[in-house]
Design a protein around this ligand. Structure first.
Ligand code: OGA
Ligand code: MN
Length: 292
């Protein structure tokens, strides 16, 4: 039953997993096997899942604490658990390229790690595809663990003691204005630049679009280092671009992987995906330091 069949997707990371139905009623052995696969592969795709929001949230909670969705939380103070990714609203209507929300979501086309701008960032994101474009709309992934592994020893030593400030308002305002209440809910936070998975001892660095600066470095040196680390992780050969099929459930490990959307024609296609996230800092997940 819980015999996972795992096919790697890229030399560095990623696997397609069959032989298991994702739900809230999975046996502990199935959950343990998925946790192991997350620690090993960083990105998992489970095709042909018969998903609902209820199942997805129940499964999310088997991996840890469900993360409150930050946009609704910041704007209204209400705790909800799903992010709708794409251009289809709850009532089924589609938003086109000109809609402000379609534009806002293009912020996801910058390489990032989900919720790196929160005091406790996400452990994993879980994204289920209900409707996907016939063309475009891939999500690209790249491993900061593999990139760390490629660094020379002196570079590893240089970055080991450093921290980075992550700031959602900094990153998102490059694309679109951020609602003032939302902005006020997300003050900048500080995280270690180098992190280690406590279960397998593998290290990675932790950058992305929300990483604004490095305390102790000048602005120019901060940008140079953050941009250099990002570029080293995201060369074309480092990337796995996931071409979604309806029914795919993907899980990715935000502790060590970067991702970005690649865009699609929202006038032409419907894209409806539902996302939940698991809070980090629990069950062997790496804790990070909030800004003191
Ligand atoms: C996300 C995300 C990119 C995309 O769901 O967290 O960044 O492909 N998505 O829409
Ligand atoms: Mn994202």
């Amino acid at each position: 039953m819980n015999q996972l069949h795992i096919e790697p997707l890229h030399d560095d990371f990623g696997a397609r997993v069959t032989g298991i139905a994702i739900s809230g009623d999975m046996p502990d052995t199935g959950v343990a096997a998925i946790r192991d696969a997350i620690d090993t592969y960083s990105f998992l795709c489970f095709p042909d899942q018969d998903m609902t929001d209820e199942k997805q949230l129940a499964f999310t909670r088997l991996l840890g604490e469900a993360e409150a969705e930050h946009v609704v939380l910041g704007k209204t103070g209400k705790v909800t658990y799903f992010g709708t990714v794409g251009n289809v609203q709850d009532d089924g209507t589609k938003r086109g390229n000109a809609h402000a929300n379609t534009h806002y979501q293009t912020g996801n086309q910058l390489w990032h790690s989900d919720s790196s701008f929160r005091e406790v960032p996400s452990f994993v994101s879980i994204l289920h595809g209900y409707e996907v474009p016939g063309e475009g709309g891939e999500t690209a992934f790249a491993s900061m663990r593999a990139a760390y592994g490629r660094l020379a020893g002196d570079m590893r030593e240089t970055i080991e003691p450093l921290h980075a400030i992550h700031d959602y308002v900094y990153s998102r305002s490059q694309v679109a204005p951020v609602d003032p209440n939302h902005a006020a809910s997300l003050p900048p936070v500080m995280h270690r630049l180098v992190r280690e998975n406590p279960l397998n001892g593998l290290k990675n660095y932790y950058v992305g679009s929300h990483a604004r600066s490095i305390p102790g470095c000048s602005g120019a040196d901060s940008r140079r280092l953050l941009d250099d680390l990002l570029a080293r992780a995201t060369r074309p050969r480092d990337i796995y671009a996931h071409r979604w099929r309806a029914g795919d459930t993907a899980i990715w490990d935000n502790r060590c992987i970067l991702h970005r959307g690649t865009g699609y024609d929202a006038d032409r296609w419907r894209r409806r995906m539902r996302q939940t996230r698991v809070v980090g800092g629990e069950k062997g997940v790496i804790h990070t330091s909030a800004m003191a």
